[in-house]
Design a binder for this molecule. Structure first.
Ligand SMILES: Nc1ncnc2c1ncn2[C@@H]1O[C@H](COP(=O)(O)OP(=O)(O)OP(=O)(O)O)[C@@H](O)[C@H]1O
Ligand SMILES: [Mg+2]
Length: 331
Protein backbone atom coordinates (compact mmCIF):
# COMPACT_ATOMS: atom_id res chain seq x y z
CA UNK A 1 0.00 0.00 0.00
CA UNK A 2 1.15 3.52 -0.87
CA UNK A 3 0.99 5.92 2.08
CA UNK A 4 2.70 9.30 2.12
CA UNK A 5 2.61 12.67 3.83
CA UNK A 6 3.52 15.57 1.57
CA UNK A 7 5.81 17.35 3.97
CA UNK A 8 7.66 20.61 4.01
CA UNK A 9 8.88 22.70 6.88
CA UNK A 10 8.14 25.98 5.18
CA UNK A 11 4.82 27.27 3.86
CA UNK A 12 3.93 27.82 0.23
CA UNK A 13 6.21 25.10 -1.12
CA UNK A 14 3.42 23.74 -3.35
CA UNK A 15 2.38 20.95 -0.96
CA UNK A 16 -1.31 21.21 -1.72
CA UNK A 17 -0.72 21.42 -5.47
CA UNK A 18 1.61 18.43 -5.25
CA UNK A 19 -0.82 16.35 -3.17
CA UNK A 20 -3.64 16.99 -5.65
CA UNK A 21 -1.56 16.18 -8.72
CA UNK A 22 0.02 13.09 -7.20
CA UNK A 23 -3.32 11.76 -6.03
CA UNK A 24 -4.86 12.16 -9.49
CA UNK A 25 -1.78 10.65 -11.16
CA UNK A 26 -1.94 7.62 -8.83
CA UNK A 27 -5.65 7.21 -9.49
CA UNK A 28 -4.96 7.30 -13.24
CA UNK A 29 -2.36 4.58 -12.69
CA UNK A 30 -5.07 2.32 -11.36
CA UNK A 31 -4.48 3.01 -7.65
CA UNK A 32 -7.65 3.62 -5.69
CA UNK A 33 -6.57 6.79 -3.90
CA UNK A 34 -7.72 8.72 -0.81
CA UNK A 35 -6.54 12.21 0.12
CA UNK A 36 -6.83 13.44 3.70
CA UNK A 37 -6.81 17.20 4.24
CA UNK A 38 -5.45 18.13 7.68
CA UNK A 39 -5.04 21.83 6.91
CA UNK A 40 -7.89 24.01 8.25
CA UNK A 41 -6.66 27.18 6.51
CA UNK A 42 -8.05 28.79 3.37
CA UNK A 43 -6.62 27.62 0.09
CA UNK A 44 -6.40 24.01 1.17
CA UNK A 45 -6.94 20.76 -0.71
CA UNK A 46 -10.62 20.76 0.26
CA UNK A 47 -11.32 24.09 -1.40
CA UNK A 48 -9.21 23.12 -4.41
CA UNK A 49 -11.51 20.15 -5.02
CA UNK A 50 -14.63 22.06 -4.02
CA UNK A 51 -15.36 19.55 -1.23
CA UNK A 52 -16.24 19.86 2.46
CA UNK A 53 -19.55 21.67 2.28
CA UNK A 54 -19.90 21.54 6.09
CA UNK A 55 -16.33 22.43 6.98
CA UNK A 56 -17.39 25.60 8.84
CA UNK A 57 -20.29 23.99 10.69
CA UNK A 58 -19.16 23.20 14.26
CA UNK A 59 -21.97 20.68 14.66
CA UNK A 60 -21.15 18.68 11.56
CA UNK A 61 -19.39 15.37 11.98
CA UNK A 62 -15.75 15.61 10.94
CA UNK A 63 -12.42 13.81 11.05
CA UNK A 64 -11.34 15.37 14.36
CA UNK A 65 -14.34 13.85 16.13
CA UNK A 66 -13.36 10.45 14.75
CA UNK A 67 -9.68 10.82 15.64
CA UNK A 68 -10.67 11.72 19.19
CA UNK A 69 -13.06 8.78 19.28
CA UNK A 70 -16.21 10.88 19.63
CA UNK A 71 -17.84 10.39 16.22
CA UNK A 72 -21.18 11.88 15.30
CA UNK A 73 -21.84 9.49 12.45
CA UNK A 74 -20.39 6.84 10.21
CA UNK A 75 -16.74 7.30 9.23
CA UNK A 76 -17.53 6.56 5.60
CA UNK A 77 -19.96 9.48 5.45
CA UNK A 78 -16.93 11.77 5.82
CA UNK A 79 -15.47 10.56 2.52
CA UNK A 80 -16.34 12.44 -0.67
CA UNK A 81 -15.48 11.49 -4.25
CA UNK A 82 -14.07 14.20 -6.51
CA UNK A 83 -14.83 14.66 -10.21
CA UNK A 84 -11.49 13.01 -11.06
CA UNK A 85 -12.30 9.88 -9.11
CA UNK A 86 -9.99 10.46 -6.15
CA UNK A 87 -11.63 10.33 -2.73
CA UNK A 88 -11.10 13.01 -0.09
CA UNK A 89 -11.69 13.38 3.62
CA UNK A 90 -12.17 17.15 3.73
CA UNK A 91 -10.81 19.65 6.16
CA UNK A 92 -12.90 21.10 8.99
CA UNK A 93 -12.52 24.18 11.22
CA UNK A 94 -12.15 21.88 14.22
CA UNK A 95 -8.71 20.88 12.96
CA UNK A 96 -7.44 24.25 14.28
CA UNK A 97 -8.44 23.26 17.82
CA UNK A 98 -7.11 19.75 17.60
CA UNK A 99 -4.45 20.12 20.27
CA UNK A 100 -6.72 21.70 22.88
CA UNK A 101 -9.38 19.06 22.27
CA UNK A 102 -6.75 16.36 22.51
CA UNK A 103 -5.42 17.79 25.79
CA UNK A 104 -8.92 17.58 27.28
CA UNK A 105 -9.28 14.00 26.18
CA UNK A 106 -5.88 13.13 27.63
CA UNK A 107 -6.71 14.79 30.97
CA UNK A 108 -9.95 12.90 31.19
CA UNK A 109 -8.62 9.51 30.16
CA UNK A 110 -5.34 9.59 32.11
CA UNK A 111 -7.34 10.68 35.17
CA UNK A 112 -9.64 7.70 34.78
CA UNK A 113 -6.93 5.19 34.13
CA UNK A 114 -4.24 6.27 36.56
CA UNK A 115 -1.83 6.83 33.70
CA UNK A 116 0.71 9.64 33.32
CA UNK A 117 0.19 12.19 30.54
CA UNK A 118 3.51 11.21 29.01
CA UNK A 119 2.37 7.64 28.61
CA UNK A 120 -0.66 8.61 26.57
CA UNK A 121 -0.17 7.61 22.91
CA UNK A 122 -1.07 11.05 21.54
CA UNK A 123 0.56 10.52 18.14
CA UNK A 124 -1.02 7.13 17.47
CA UNK A 125 -4.66 8.16 17.23
CA UNK A 126 -4.87 8.62 13.45
CA UNK A 127 -2.98 5.37 12.93
CA UNK A 128 -5.49 3.49 15.06
CA UNK A 129 -8.45 5.09 13.28
CA UNK A 130 -7.27 4.53 9.70
CA UNK A 131 -5.76 1.08 9.95
CA UNK A 132 -7.01 -0.67 13.09
CA UNK A 133 -10.59 0.57 13.20
CA UNK A 134 -11.46 1.46 9.62
CA UNK A 135 -9.04 -0.93 7.89
CA UNK A 136 -8.63 1.50 5.00
CA UNK A 137 -5.81 -0.66 3.69
CA UNK A 138 -8.49 -3.11 2.57
CA UNK A 139 -10.28 -0.38 0.65
CA UNK A 140 -7.59 1.85 -0.83
CA UNK A 141 -4.32 1.34 -2.69
CA UNK A 142 -2.98 4.77 -1.78
CA UNK A 143 -3.52 7.35 0.97
CA UNK A 144 -1.93 10.81 0.79
CA UNK A 145 -2.06 13.47 3.49
CA UNK A 146 -1.68 17.22 3.07
CA UNK A 147 -0.83 18.21 6.66
CA UNK A 148 -0.82 21.53 8.41
CA UNK A 149 2.87 21.91 9.19
CA UNK A 150 2.18 24.16 12.17
CA UNK A 151 -0.21 21.92 14.06
CA UNK A 152 2.31 19.60 15.58
CA UNK A 153 0.03 16.96 17.03
CA UNK A 154 -1.76 16.52 13.72
CA UNK A 155 1.45 16.47 11.71
CA UNK A 156 2.93 13.84 14.03
CA UNK A 157 -0.26 11.81 13.84
CA UNK A 158 -0.06 11.97 10.05
CA UNK A 159 3.58 10.89 9.96
CA UNK A 160 3.03 8.17 12.54
CA UNK A 161 0.13 6.79 10.50
CA UNK A 162 1.70 6.92 7.03
CA UNK A 163 5.46 6.57 7.78
CA UNK A 164 6.69 7.89 4.42
CA UNK A 165 7.38 11.49 3.41
CA UNK A 166 7.50 13.23 0.06
CA UNK A 167 9.23 16.59 0.30
CA UNK A 168 8.60 19.35 -2.22
CA UNK A 169 11.30 22.03 -1.99
CA UNK A 170 11.36 25.46 -3.54
CA UNK A 171 14.49 27.07 -4.94
CA UNK A 172 15.76 29.47 -2.32
CA UNK A 173 19.07 30.38 -0.79
CA UNK A 174 18.32 28.11 2.12
CA UNK A 175 17.07 25.20 0.03
CA UNK A 176 19.41 22.85 1.82
CA UNK A 177 18.62 24.12 5.26
CA UNK A 178 14.99 23.16 4.89
CA UNK A 179 16.13 19.58 4.30
CA UNK A 180 18.28 19.64 7.39
CA UNK A 181 15.10 20.50 9.27
CA UNK A 182 13.44 17.51 7.67
CA UNK A 183 16.23 15.14 8.69
CA UNK A 184 16.01 16.46 12.23
CA UNK A 185 12.25 15.92 12.36
CA UNK A 186 12.57 12.38 11.00
CA UNK A 187 15.38 11.56 13.44
CA UNK A 188 13.48 12.94 16.43
CA UNK A 189 10.28 11.13 15.58
CA UNK A 190 12.06 7.86 14.91
CA UNK A 191 13.79 7.82 18.27
CA UNK A 192 10.88 9.26 20.25
CA UNK A 193 8.24 6.93 18.83
CA UNK A 194 10.44 4.00 18.02
CA UNK A 195 9.30 3.78 14.39
CA UNK A 196 11.02 4.00 11.04
CA UNK A 197 10.18 6.89 8.74
CA UNK A 198 11.18 6.84 5.11
CA UNK A 199 11.82 9.71 2.73
CA UNK A 200 10.49 8.60 -0.66
CA UNK A 201 11.91 11.54 -2.56
CA UNK A 202 12.59 15.24 -2.72
CA UNK A 203 10.88 17.21 -5.48
CA UNK A 204 12.42 20.54 -6.43
CA UNK A 205 9.44 22.59 -7.63
CA UNK A 206 8.89 25.99 -9.16
CA UNK A 207 12.36 25.89 -10.70
CA UNK A 208 12.93 28.67 -13.23
CA UNK A 209 15.53 29.08 -15.95
CA UNK A 210 17.96 31.42 -14.21
CA UNK A 211 21.52 30.31 -13.50
CA UNK A 212 20.86 30.29 -9.79
CA UNK A 213 17.91 27.97 -10.28
CA UNK A 214 19.89 25.75 -12.63
CA UNK A 215 22.61 25.38 -9.99
CA UNK A 216 20.00 24.62 -7.39
CA UNK A 217 18.50 21.93 -9.61
CA UNK A 218 21.94 20.37 -10.23
CA UNK A 219 22.71 20.41 -6.54
CA UNK A 220 19.56 18.43 -5.79
CA UNK A 221 19.76 16.05 -8.72
CA UNK A 222 23.40 15.18 -8.06
CA UNK A 223 23.16 14.36 -4.39
CA UNK A 224 23.28 10.79 -3.12
CA UNK A 225 21.48 11.74 0.07
CA UNK A 226 17.98 11.25 -1.36
CA UNK A 227 16.13 10.54 -4.61
CA UNK A 228 14.97 13.38 -6.87
CA UNK A 229 13.09 11.55 -9.65
CA UNK A 230 11.88 14.76 -11.31
CA UNK A 231 12.16 18.53 -11.08
CA UNK A 232 8.93 20.47 -11.57
CA UNK A 233 9.47 23.74 -13.42
CA UNK A 234 7.95 27.08 -12.57
CA UNK A 235 4.39 26.62 -13.88
CA UNK A 236 2.40 29.31 -12.18
CA UNK A 237 -0.19 29.72 -14.92
CA UNK A 238 -0.91 25.98 -15.11
CA UNK A 239 -1.00 25.40 -11.35
CA UNK A 240 -3.01 28.53 -10.59
CA UNK A 241 -5.62 27.41 -13.13
CA UNK A 242 -6.20 24.30 -10.97
CA UNK A 243 -8.12 26.56 -8.58
CA UNK A 244 -10.50 27.50 -11.38
CA UNK A 245 -10.78 23.98 -12.80
CA UNK A 246 -11.37 22.66 -9.27
CA UNK A 247 -9.00 19.81 -9.84
CA UNK A 248 -5.58 18.67 -10.98
CA UNK A 249 -3.22 20.03 -13.61
CA UNK A 250 -4.33 17.04 -15.73
CA UNK A 251 -7.85 18.43 -15.64
CA UNK A 252 -6.67 21.95 -16.50
CA UNK A 253 -5.06 20.73 -19.71
CA UNK A 254 -7.63 18.12 -20.69
CA UNK A 255 -10.50 20.59 -20.24
CA UNK A 256 -8.30 23.51 -21.39
CA UNK A 257 -9.02 25.87 -18.48
CA UNK A 258 -7.80 29.41 -18.90
CA UNK A 259 -8.07 32.65 -16.95
CA UNK A 260 -8.24 35.80 -19.04
CA UNK A 261 -9.62 39.32 -19.21
CA UNK A 262 -12.98 39.93 -20.78
CA UNK A 263 -14.74 43.33 -20.69
CA UNK A 264 -12.44 44.49 -17.91
CA UNK A 265 -13.05 41.43 -15.75
CA UNK A 266 -10.93 38.36 -15.08
CA UNK A 267 -12.84 35.22 -15.94
CA UNK A 268 -12.00 31.52 -16.14
CA UNK A 269 -13.39 29.18 -18.73
CA UNK A 270 -12.77 25.71 -20.03
CA UNK A 271 -12.12 25.05 -23.71
CA UNK A 272 -9.81 28.09 -23.98
CA UNK A 273 -6.28 27.10 -22.99
CA UNK A 274 -3.70 26.78 -25.74
CA UNK A 275 -1.87 23.45 -25.62
CA UNK A 276 1.77 24.10 -24.82
CA UNK A 277 4.40 21.42 -25.08
CA UNK A 278 6.08 22.49 -21.86
CA UNK A 279 2.87 22.17 -19.87
CA UNK A 280 2.18 18.71 -21.28
CA UNK A 281 5.74 17.82 -20.32
CA UNK A 282 4.99 18.90 -16.74
CA UNK A 283 2.07 16.45 -16.67
CA UNK A 284 4.42 13.72 -17.82
CA UNK A 285 6.82 14.62 -15.03
CA UNK A 286 4.05 14.52 -12.43
CA UNK A 287 3.04 11.12 -13.77
CA UNK A 288 6.65 9.96 -13.66
CA UNK A 289 6.91 11.13 -10.07
CA UNK A 290 3.77 9.21 -9.09
CA UNK A 291 5.17 6.19 -10.93
CA UNK A 292 8.45 6.42 -9.00
CA UNK A 293 6.59 6.59 -5.69
CA UNK A 294 4.28 3.70 -6.61
CA UNK A 295 6.86 1.33 -8.04
CA UNK A 296 10.21 2.33 -6.56
CA UNK A 297 9.22 3.32 -3.04
CA UNK A 298 6.25 0.98 -2.59
CA UNK A 299 6.72 -1.81 -5.11
CA UNK A 300 3.13 -1.44 -6.31
CA UNK A 301 1.81 -2.65 -9.63
CA UNK A 302 0.96 0.54 -11.52
CA UNK A 303 0.01 1.40 -15.10
CA UNK A 304 2.98 3.11 -16.81
CA UNK A 305 0.86 4.57 -19.62
CA UNK A 306 -0.52 8.06 -19.34
CA UNK A 307 -3.24 8.91 -21.80
CA UNK A 308 -4.40 12.50 -22.06
CA UNK A 309 -7.79 13.08 -23.63
CA UNK A 310 -7.52 16.73 -24.49
CA UNK A 311 -10.65 18.55 -25.58
CA UNK A 312 -10.60 19.28 -29.35
CA UNK A 313 -7.04 18.07 -29.66
CA UNK A 314 -5.07 14.90 -30.48
CA UNK A 315 -4.83 12.40 -27.66
CA UNK A 316 -1.38 12.24 -26.11
CA UNK A 317 -0.04 8.88 -24.97
CA UNK A 318 3.10 8.36 -22.93
CA UNK A 319 4.59 5.09 -21.80
CA UNK A 320 7.02 5.53 -18.92
CA UNK A 321 8.61 2.18 -19.69
CA UNK A 322 9.41 3.27 -23.22
CA UNK A 323 12.34 5.67 -22.89
CA UNK A 324 12.55 6.62 -26.58
CA UNK A 325 8.97 7.66 -26.62
CA UNK A 326 9.46 9.70 -23.48
CA UNK A 327 12.19 11.67 -25.18
CA UNK A 328 10.23 12.04 -28.41
CA UNK A 329 7.19 13.41 -26.68
CA UNK A 330 8.97 15.67 -24.26
CA UNK A 331 11.69 17.04 -26.56
N1 LIG B 1 5.37 24.39 -10.03
C1 LIG B 1 4.84 25.58 -9.71
N2 LIG B 1 5.31 26.74 -10.22
C2 LIG B 1 4.78 27.94 -9.89
N3 LIG B 1 3.73 28.10 -9.06
C3 LIG B 1 3.20 26.99 -8.51
C4 LIG B 1 3.72 25.68 -8.79
N4 LIG B 1 2.99 24.78 -8.09
C5 LIG B 1 2.07 25.49 -7.41
N5 LIG B 1 2.17 26.81 -7.66
C6 LIG B 1 1.34 27.90 -7.08
O1 LIG B 1 1.89 28.30 -5.83
C7 LIG B 1 0.85 28.67 -4.92
C8 LIG B 1 1.03 27.95 -3.59
O2 LIG B 1 0.89 26.56 -3.79
P1 LIG B 1 0.26 25.58 -2.71
O3 LIG B 1 -1.02 26.12 -2.20
O4 LIG B 1 0.25 24.23 -3.31
O5 LIG B 1 1.38 25.66 -1.56
P2 LIG B 1 1.32 25.03 -0.08
O6 LIG B 1 2.70 24.52 0.24
O7 LIG B 1 0.22 24.07 0.04
O8 LIG B 1 1.02 26.34 0.78
P3 LIG B 1 0.59 26.39 2.35
O9 LIG B 1 1.87 26.25 3.11
O10 LIG B 1 -0.04 27.73 2.49
O11 LIG B 1 -0.36 25.26 2.59
C9 LIG B 1 -0.45 28.37 -5.62
O12 LIG B 1 -0.99 29.56 -6.14
C10 LIG B 1 -0.07 27.43 -6.74
O13 LIG B 1 -0.91 27.55 -7.86
MG1 LIG C 1 -1.39 23.98 1.40
Amino acid sequence: MITAVIYSESGGTFKTTMTANLAVALERMGQNTLMIDLDPQEGNLTSLFDAGEHRNDPDADNLVKHILDMPDGDFHDLIETTAEGVDIIPSHDMLSDFTSNLEQKISYETGMQNMSREEYPRFELLYDLLWKEQKLNEEYDAVLIDPNARAEDLLYNAIFALRTLIAPVKPAGKGNLSLEGLEELVGNMESQLDIEIGLSCVVPSGVGRTNAHKQYQDQFENTEAFATPVTIANRESLMDAMWEARGSAFKVIEERWKTFEKNGEMISESGQRRIREREVETLYKLYKLAWFIATDTFDADADPVLELNIQDYDNQVLDLEDDDKMEATTA
